[in-house]
Design a protein around this ligand. Structure first.
Ligand SMILES: [Zn+2]
Length: 283
């Protein structure tokens, strides 16, 4: 089985242009989606890529950026909007004329300049994403010693949250998720948060020392209960679509996906949906 690669194409209602949140896969994933007719009116990957206005990268781990690097020769000019550490990691480790030609506008010369790095201020004022009808705010997450990111996208009154890999606060000795939940709780209460993408990498049980900056169903529940406590609105919390991503395949026994599914079912309460590759979700 393959490692899970993350890439989420997010488009605001009524818009043609959108963003990609992480780009673990791009060309092959889009080819498959176009073949399956997931993009009505598009008959090639190029047309879909042209409609992507910007990339939002949660962190520079290979399974979240490989598609961006590999597809870059065929790509058109775009912004990469990320936290400063993430943009720096892309410039240092990928687009550096050693791993790959420098498609960016930072790092070792010459700069091909296809990609413009735009540093986002943590928790800063919403930054417009040209042509998409959306704005973005980046919140740092703690991912086993690496800075990862949650992107809060807004379009008119609506909001959507795309979280990169993250460990639970209690294990990471951090308050990143607590801070994020505090920021989005009012949006949940007002019924404006339309959903979130969040990882569950393994089924329970996993000892804390073996989580390596990831969540399990038990830890996802712990974190969502914190948000529920802040929101103080069980009806809204129950209705909030929680799209679960990043399940790593197991070597033996029942598939991790099925175990995670069963464990989430057992938790109940929340509206969990396991994100499927190439599927379109209207939220
Ligand atoms: Zn990672």
């Amino acid at each position: 089985m393959e490692e899970p690669t993350s890439a989420y194409h997010i488009v605001a209602h009524g818009n043609r242009s959108g963003v990609m949140c992480d780009v673990g896969t791009l060309a092959s994933g889009l080819d498959r989606a176009v073949r399956k007719g997931r993009y009505p009116g598009a008959d090639s990957r190029g047309q879909v890529m042209d409609s992507i206005a910007a990339y939002l990268i949660t962190h520079a781990h290979l399974d979240h950026v490989a598609g961006l690097v590999l597809a870059s020769p065929d790509d058109t000019q775009k912004d990469i909007m990320s936290l400063p550490q993430v943009n720096q990691a892309l410039a240092d480790h990928y687009f550096n004329w050693v791993a790959w030609p420098n498609m960016g506008d930072r790092g070792p010369s010459p700069h091909i300049g296809k990609y413009h790095y735009k540093d986002l201020e943590p928790g800063g004022t919403p930054e417009p994403i040209a042509g998409t009808g959306m704005t973005v705010t980046a919140y740092p997450l703690s991912h086993g010693g690496v800075t990862s990111t949650a992107f809060l996208l807004r379009s008119g009154p609506d909001a959507f949250l795309c979280l990169g890999d993250t460990g639970p606060d209690a294990v990471e000795h951090a308050t990143n998720l607590e801070d994020l939940w505090r920021a989005v709780a009012p949006l949940v209460r007002q019924g404006r948060l339309r959903g979130m993408l969040i990882e569950v990498s393994y089924p329970d049980p996993v000892p804390a020392a073996r989580l390596y900056g990831h969540l399990t169903p038990m830890w996802l529940n712990t974190e969502l209960q914190t948000l529920r406590g802040m929101t103080q609105d069980d009806a809204r919390m129950r209705a909030l679509p929680i799209l679960v991503t990043h399940i790593k395949p197991s070597g033996a026994g029942p598939s991790s996906r099925r175990s995670v599914e069963r464990q989430l079912e057992k938790i109940g309460f929340f509206k969990f949906m396991i994100a499927e590759e190439g599927r379109k979700y209207a939220l």
